[in-house]
Structures are given as C-alpha cells and as structure tokens.
Design a protein around this ligand. Structure first.
Ligand SMILES: [Zn+2]
Length: 317
C-alpha cells in the first residue's frame, strides 16, 4: 500500500506564543490601516477589495509565523487564523469610533477604547442612523446589518482560510526539522491518462510512468506531476499529481482550476531519481521537436531570404 505524507501535528510551545503574538499584533496594526482606508475611501467596490485584502493579510501573518515556527498542525493554524480574524474585526470596530467620529467637526472627547459596551453602543447608534450612502440611499437597520455580516464573514473567513492553505499540502521532514519545497511540473499527462497514472502510482510502480505518453504545450488542461524532496537527508521524497482544468470566465480571462489527484505519496530516493530522469527525457524530446519545427520553418523560408547574393554592407557608412 502506498504511504502518504501527513503532518505530525506538532506545535512547538515557543511557536504557539509566536503565532498568538503575530496574530494579535497583525490584527491590531492592520485594523488601523483598514479602518482609515474604509472611512476615507468612500467607494463601495474598492472597500470590498480592501476588506478581502485585510482578512488575507491577517491570515498571512498567522500562516507565515506558523511556517517559520515549524508548526505542523493544520487545525492549530486554522483556529489561530479564526481567532485572529475575530480580533481583527473587533479592533476595526474599536478604531472605527476614533476614525469616523474624529472626522466630524465639533465632536470632542473621542478616544480609543476596547470596552465592548462602548463599542456595542456605537454599533447600535450608527445602525439607526446609517453609515454611508449609495446612489442617494442610506442603508440602516437590518439592511446595513447585512452588509456588516458580509464584511465580518469575509474578514474572518479569509483570516481562517489563508493560513490553512499555507500549510495544507506542504511536506515537512521530521528528521531534518524543515519544510520541503515543492518542485512543480516535472511531467505532464493528458486527462485521459488519469486512470493509468493513478493505477501505476497505487501499485507503487513509479518506473511504469515511462509507459504513459507525456504531453506538453501551452494548454492549461493536463495532469501535472510535482515532487517534494528534502534536500537535507534525501530520504523524505513525495510525489503529487494535480489535475489542471482551464476555462474562460465571464470577464474573458482564463482561469485554471487545480485539484489533487494524488497528494504527497511517499517514494524512495531511487524512484525520485526515476521521475527526474523521465522529466529530463520529456524536456529533451520537447526541445528536439521545437528545434525540428524551427528548422522546418527556416527551410520553407530560405528561397525568399537568400542573402548570399547581397552586397556585403560597409559597417562604417
Ligand atoms: Zn530531511
């Protein structure tokens, strides 16, 4: 039976503290920038982008501190991301009092507070009067509340999903205590070859991949073979297969969807070398084919570009 990589679940104690500090500090600092941007840039569509960026950045703080702290636990970073997202949202509301009321002339005595009763009273106060207008309409009550719920879901959702994505699918070498970088795109196969590729790998017959014809070219539809090999010990080697499907979205841009077909199957050092060997052969075949095509073009154009009879040009003139 093939063996697949699973993170050990270890959370070094020092890293736990580090992730908590990064999460809360990131949430507080970014909340200041977010609130002032939202208050001073009254463009709803831009606000949406800023909101997504805010949540993603908070999540990135958590994810990168977890990665550098060698946290090998996806659940831990996901929960840390969620808590940081909630903290970010709370800080943004606390900052909102200062940023929004501070702009109004004649309003004095506004100071920063984290007191939940004051923040709640402020939310109720603003909800009754409205926050902003869009095309002459000022949403209040439930209508405004719905916008705030969407905003909260985006911030907390992004802060939760980003660090989860930063750890999921990544391999860690426990012997060397280090993350392993992924090497992308060693081999490509047609989608039709999916069953053959999966069966070959399920039989742990990596050499058998040589019997399945490779593809190449610019199309975004193929199966892609990736490797993750520890450069420290050379013993932690994993192979993944991703399915890439491209389609044109509503804006006319090509979107490529990536799905896991095989995720981090453990392979031996010899099998790793076999994959690299196959990859080198496939690349050489592509190059030979391209050279042949270039040669063919040159041959077909040669009667028109016959330079042999031209007068040699004087470089000085
Ligand atoms: Zn290693």
């Amino acid at each position: 039976m093939p063996e697949y990589h699973a993170l050990s679940g270890k959370v070094p104690f020092g890293s736990m503290v580090r992730v908590a500090i990064a999460g809360f500090a990131g949430a507080a600092l970014l909340a200041i920038g977010y609130t002032y941007a939202i208050v001073y840039i009254p463009l709803v569509y831009l606000n949406l982008l800023i909101c997504i960026g805010f949540g993603c950045l908070v999540g990135w703080f958590v994810g990168s501190s977890a990665r550098s702290g060698k946290v090998r636990n996806v659940t831990f970073v996901t929960v840390a991301g969620f808590i940081s997202g909630c903290a970010a949202l709370y800080c943004a509301w606390a900052m909102d009092i200062v940023a929004r009321l501070g702009r109004i002339e004649g309003v004095e005595g506004v100071h920063f507070t984290l007191d939940p009763r004051i923040i709640w009273n402020y939310i109720v106060f603003v909800n009754e009067r409205g926050f902003w207008s869009l095309r002459g309409h000022t949403p209040t009550g439930w209508e405004l509340g719905a916008f705030w719920i969407i905003e909260a879901l985006i911030i907390v959702g992004a802060a939760t999903l980003v660090p989860n994505g930063m750890l999921r699918g990544r391999a860690f070498c426990e012997a060397c205590e280090r993350w392993i970088d992924n090497e992308h795109d060693l081999l490509r196969y047609e989608h039709g070859a999916s069953d053959a590729v999966v069966a070959t790998l399920a039989a742990e017959n990596v050499a058998g991949l040589a019997n399945i014809p490779c593809v190449h070219g610019p199309s975004g539809d193929f199966l892609r073979v990736d490797l993750a090999c520890c450069p420290g010990c050379g013993e932690s080697n994993y192979l993944s297969v991703k399915s890439l499907t491209s389609k044109v979205n509503k804006e006319g841009k090509v979107e490529v969807k990536e799905e896991d077909v095989v995720l981090l199957q453990r392979i031996s050092a010899a099998q790793r070398d076999e994959v690299r060997e196959l990859s080198a052969r496939a690349a050489a075949a592509v190059e030979a084919e391209q050279n042949a095509a270039v040669q063919e073009d040159a041959d077909s154009e040669s009667p028109d570009t016959d330079t042999a009879n031209e007068e040699p040009r004087d470089p000085v003139s």
